[in-house]
Every structure is written in structure tokens, then in C-alpha cells.
Ligand binder design. Structure first.
Ligand SMILES: Cc1cc2nc3c(=O)[nH]c(=O)nc-3n(C[C@H](O)[C@H](O)[C@H](O)COP(=O)(O)O)c2cc1C
Length: 225
């Protein structure tokens, strides 16, 4: 009986108090250096809250401090979004319709914009400087340490004979899987996030050099503390 009550109390604490599952004491907290590339660290196979705790904690956050993510947190977030989980097979933590992977993950920091390379588990800089105003249309995102933009490249569907509107829908569904992986990762690691549909798309694509590419913004997300 005592065991049951203790378990119930722990469950209620997690459910009621929100982000109680921060990084384990003593886990490394490495500062990110924003060079031409950011080599991300290998994600741990154990860590964070349980799946059930993460699901109880998940919610959309619209308040963020300016505190940057550590390298370990950033690495975990990108890996959750689109990291390889079966190395050598090119398959990711998130599913993709027909395994075509049309989604590119761009990470917007105060220091620059980076494209995630899931195979090498690294970020590659595409722009220097603060472009967070192009990653969102809501004030809270502009000062948050990380905004992710999921850009879809419909060219991944070339030759598949799938109508354009269906391709757009499938890309959005892929992106939603990436974003929800991140939401669960943040909920399980004492971080905050929100899936967002809004971004100034023409300006954003132009800044990324994708204005004429046929790419479109499938989804966006803010991550922080
Ligand atoms: C596809 C999608 C797009 C969303 N776009 C926005 C957005 O642009 N801005 C925003 O503040 N919230 C956005 N949200 C968050 C929803 O408003 C939020 O999930 C909803 O209010 C339920 O709250 P909860 O996530 O805390 O349970 C979006 C959610 C989804 C799934």
C-alpha cells in the first residue's frame, strides 16, 4: 500500500508541477561554440523522464528565457527531431511517408542559422547573425535561444506521381512527427517548446536562398528554457 501511495505521489508531482525532469545531476553542460559547424554530441540511450512522464508534462510554452541550450541539450533536441536511430540505414527518430525525408531542419540562434545534417549529427552554418525574426511571427520566439524551421523540399517526391496537394499534406505530416518528437524530448528533459505554424515564409525562404526552389515552410517550433 505504501509503495502504491509513493508511486501515486510521484506521479501527481510530475503531472501537476510541469517541467520537473531536468538534466540528471552531474551530467555535462557544455557551452555551444557557434562556428561554421557545430559538432553535436552522441545522444544517450538512457536519460530524461519516462515516456509517460514526458506525455504528462507536454504542453505548449509561450514564455522563454534567453538562456542558451547546452551542447548536450541542443544535441538531444536535434536528434529527437531528425537524428539517425539506425545508423547505416539512414532511418530517423521520426517516421517519413515512403521514407523520402523531404524535411530539412533549420536551427535559428542569435548567432546564426544552421542546417542539421542528420547523418553526421552536426549543424552546418548557412547564415551568420540573428534571423530569429524570420523564424516566427510571435514576439516570444524572437528572444528564445532556439527556433527550428521545418522546410519541405517537394523534390523528394519527384517521379512518385503523387498530386501536389497530397505532397504538401505528407510533408506537413512528416514535419509534425519531427516537431512532436522534440516536444516529447523537451518535456522529458526540463526544457520548453511549442509547435508553430506561423512564419514569414517569403522572407524566410529568400534569406535561406530557397525563394525559387519550390521548397516551403511545413512547420516551425520554438525551444528553450
Ligand atoms: C500544427 C500546429 C500549429 C500550431 N501553430 C501555433 C502557432 O503558430 N502559434 C502558437 O502560439 N501556437 C501554435 N500551436 C500550438 C497550439 O495552439 C496548442 O497546441 C494548443 O493551444 C493546445 O495547447 P497545448 O499544446 O498546450 O496542449 C500549433 C500547434 C500545432 C499542432
Amino acid at each position: 500500500m505504501k509503495t502504491v501511495w509513493m508511486a501515486g505521489a510521484a506521479f501527481m508531482m510530475t503531472a501537476c508541477c510541469g517541467n520537473t525532469s531536468g538534466p540528471a545531476a552531474g551530467s555535462p553542460k557544455t557551452e555551444v561554440t557557434y562556428g561554421a559547424e557545430i559538432a553535436l554530441v552522441k545522444p544517450d540511450s538512457v536519460g530524461g523522464a519516462t515516456i509517460n512522464e514526458a506525455l504528462w508534462n507536454r504542453r505548449s510554452w509561450r514564455e522563454y528565457s534567453a538562456e542558451p541550450l547546452t551542447l548536450e541539450e541542443l544535441s538531444g533536441v536535434l536528434w529527437a527531431a531528425a537524428g539517425e536511430n539506425r545508423p547505416g540505414e539512414g532511418r530517423l527518430t521520426a517516421p517519413s511517408a515512403l521514407a523520402l525525408y523531404p524535411i530539412r531542419v533549420y536551427a535559428f540562434f542569435a548567432e546564426g542559422v544552421y542546417l542539421y545534417d542528420s547523418k553526421a549529427h552536426k549543424l552546418v552554418r548557412v547564415l551568420e547573425g540573428d534571423y530569429r525574426n524570420l523564424a516566427a511571427m510571435q514576439e516570444f520566439a524572437f528572444g528564445a535561444p532556439l527556433n527550428l524551421v521545418y522546410v519541405a523540399d517537394p523534390a523528394a517526391y519527384a517521379g512518385k506521381n503523387i498530386p501536389d496537394d497530397k505532397v504538401r499534406c505528407l510533408c506537413g505530416q512528416d514535419a509534425a512527427g519531427y516537431a512532436e518528437n522534440v516536444n516529447l524530448y523537451t518535456a522529458g528533459h526540463g526544457l520548453r517548446s511549442i509547435t508553430r505554424g506561423s512564419a514569414p515564409e517569403p522572407e524566410l525562404l529568400a534569406a535561406l536562398g530557397l525563394a525559387q526552389s519550390g521548397c516551403f515552410v511545413a512547420l516551425a517550433q520554438t525551444v528553450g528554457k
